[in-house]
Design a binder for this molecule. Structure first.
Ligand code: ADP
Ligand code: MG
Length: 265
């Protein structure tokens, strides 16, 4: 491939998922009629044995999912609660080991979501520092961007209070501001746009557009089909762990909405 005739960003994959299965192991779940103890590794058997009334249960959260996403694409992920959207993002971020199949990501993925871990005992200011370092920024870079991050979050003076004093919306806004400060190669947003007022949501959309212009990749999980339509050009529809549709936003969202209408008719 000639380096000059094709823009490398638009045609090179940034995330590849191949036959991906993710299975959670849940300890202490009561379950009748299923004894999976015999086929479990020793440690799991020992843990299960400590509490004889409970058992070990497997939750097959992502089933045989395959897709290729290129640089510069913004991909929405839709589906009902429990369909595996968050688990899929965690797998792409490298936070969940695949049970089967493979995930490959070019560059450093950054997962931003309502569950992203900030340390609630520490102030917002400390979390900006730690979060920035965790994203791979140098201390000097974090100091440079500090004011911009706090400004974007709109939390004002609260930045000097422990995060346990924040409303959930304030926490989510600070997480968004920290996670997008490093212009990650692959940005994954899990429901974060649902938080904040209209003004913050508009700024978030602008920020996503900006990151896309830098030819990185965006994954957006949202219950708001409007947000998906506005920010994504491609959508993956998950249903009970399976990828049931993968295509242009308009087509997939329309099919998804139709299936809802049938389900509630
Ligand atoms: N930490 C976990 N341990 C065990 N099961 C989990 C865990 N997280 C999610 N699950 C289960 O995996 C399935 C997919 O969940 P999730 O990925 O959160 O779906 P979604 O984000 O689409 O709502 C659900 O059945 C859920 O109960
Ligand atoms: Mg979720």
């Amino acid at each position: 491939m000639g380096a000059t005739d094709v823009a490398p960003d638009a045609t090179t994959p940034s995330v590849v998922c191949s036959g991906l299965d993710i299975v959670y192991t849940v300890f202490g779940a009561k379950q009748k009629g299923t004894d999976t103890g015999g086929e479990l590794p020793l440690v799991e058997r020992l843990l299960a044995r400590r509490n004889p009334v409970s058992s070990v249960r497997k939750v097959h959260a992502v089933k045989d999912v395959s897709f290729v996403v290129n640089h510069g694409e913004a991909v929405g992920i839709i589906g009902r609660n429990g369909s595996g959207k968050s688990t899929l993002l965690r797998a792409i971020a490298g936070l969940m080991p695949p049970t089967n199949g493979r995930v490959w990501a070019a560059g450093r993925p950054s997962l931003l979501g309502v569950n992203a871990v900030l340390l609630t005992g520490l102030t917002g200011a400390k979390n900006v520092m730690i979060g920035g370092l965790a994203l791979g920024l140098t201390p000097a870079q974090v100091r440079d961007r500090y004011a911009g991050i706090v400004d974007f979050s709109g939390i004002g003076d609260f930045v000097d209070l422990p995060m346990s004093a924040y409303s959930s919306g304030m926490g989510a806004r600070l997480r968004f501001a920290i996670s997008t400060a490093a212009a990650p190669d692959i940005l994954m947003i899990d429901e974060a746009l649902a938080t904040g007022d209209a003004e913050f949501q508009a700024r978030s959309r602008d920020r996503i557009a900006e990151i896309r212009r830098d030819a990185s990749t965006v994954f957006l999980v949202s219950h708001s089909n409007a947000a998906i339509r506005e920010s994504c050009d491609r959508v993956l529809w998950m249903e009970q762990g399976r990828l049931v549709m993968d295509g242009p936003t308009d087509e997939v969202v329309r099919a998804y909405e139709q299936s809802h209408r049938k389900a509630t008719a």
